[in-house]
Design a protein around this ligand. Structure first.
Ligand SMILES: [Mg+2]
Ligand SMILES: [Zn+2]
Length: 236
């Protein structure tokens, strides 16, 4: 901000020159305490799932290939059982309700950008004031013998990661020239997006990755801390 705008500005004119803020918030391990796909696999133990996780971690196969193959190990008739398990198992990180309200009150676009699957994401988020249009995740079909994951938000031409649900594609659709971009995440699947945004809120593995790449980040354990930090930045 220049001296001129500082001296003559009212709060309104500061707001006027500010870019629209948009938050890209991860789901598994960020909104929920744990990863829901891993929890499903650990609980139902379909033979072969551990090998697939190893292959994803060692990058022999993409996240999309790995997640697709893992769910193909589960029969479609278990839909209800698996969905109910996911809803009961999910623990929401503290302050999430207040965080949604804070975004609304402060005209911040909140998007849930998740590599999770619709059949557990929508029911877990159902009690919260979030529109379906704010949620980006993978889809599913229970029409065949085994569960088929569908990919409505695949990578654009700028990403060759085969993400499945491509977070950077969504982030790129909110250009830096028009938006102040904020990412909240916990793992390697948030890292490519973290490199694009203005502000990173990180926990767990994403902290280590940011440190390694000397990316500036703000650590968090709950959403109250994120609200506090957003508030400070708004007033600066
Ligand atoms: Mg996550
Ligand atoms: Zn991608």
């Amino acid at each position: 901000m220049t001296l001129e705008t500082t001296t003559r500005s009212t709060h309104d004119s500061i707001k006027h020159t500010e870019k629209q803020r948009v938050i890209f918030c991860d789901f598994d391990g960020t909104i929920t305490a744990n990863d829901n796909i891993v929890a499903i696999m650990k609980h139902f133990q379909p033979p072969g799932w551990k090998e697939l996780v190893k292959q994803v971690v060692s990058r022999q196969i993409s996240v999309r290939q790995g997640v697709g193959a893992m769910f193909r190990l589960l029969p479609s008739h278990m839909e209800k059982e698996i969905t109910e398990f996911s809803i009961q198992n999910a623990v929401i990180r503290e302050g999430f309700t207040e965080f949604i309200n804070y975004c609304k009150l402060n005209n911040i676009i909140l998007l849930i950008t998740s590599g999770g699957i619709d059949f557990f994401l929508y029911p877990i988020l159902e009690p919260f004031d979030i529109a379906h249009e704010q949620i980006f995740c993978n889809a599913s079909s229970f029409k065949e013998d085994t569960i088929e994951i569908l990919w409505p938000h695949a990578c654009d031409a700028n990403c060759d990661n085969d993400c499945g649900m491509c977070k950077t594609t969504i982030i790129r659709s909110y250009p830096a020239s028009e938006y102040t971009r904020i990412l909240i995440g916990d793992s390697v699947t948030d890292f490519a997006g973290a490199k694009l945004v203005d502000t990173i809120y990180a926990r767990a593995q994403l902290i280590d990755l940011c440190k390694e790449s000397q990316l500036e980040y703000i650590p968090f354990d709950n959403f109250h801390e994120i609200i506090g930090s957003l508030e400070v930045r708004l007033e600066r």
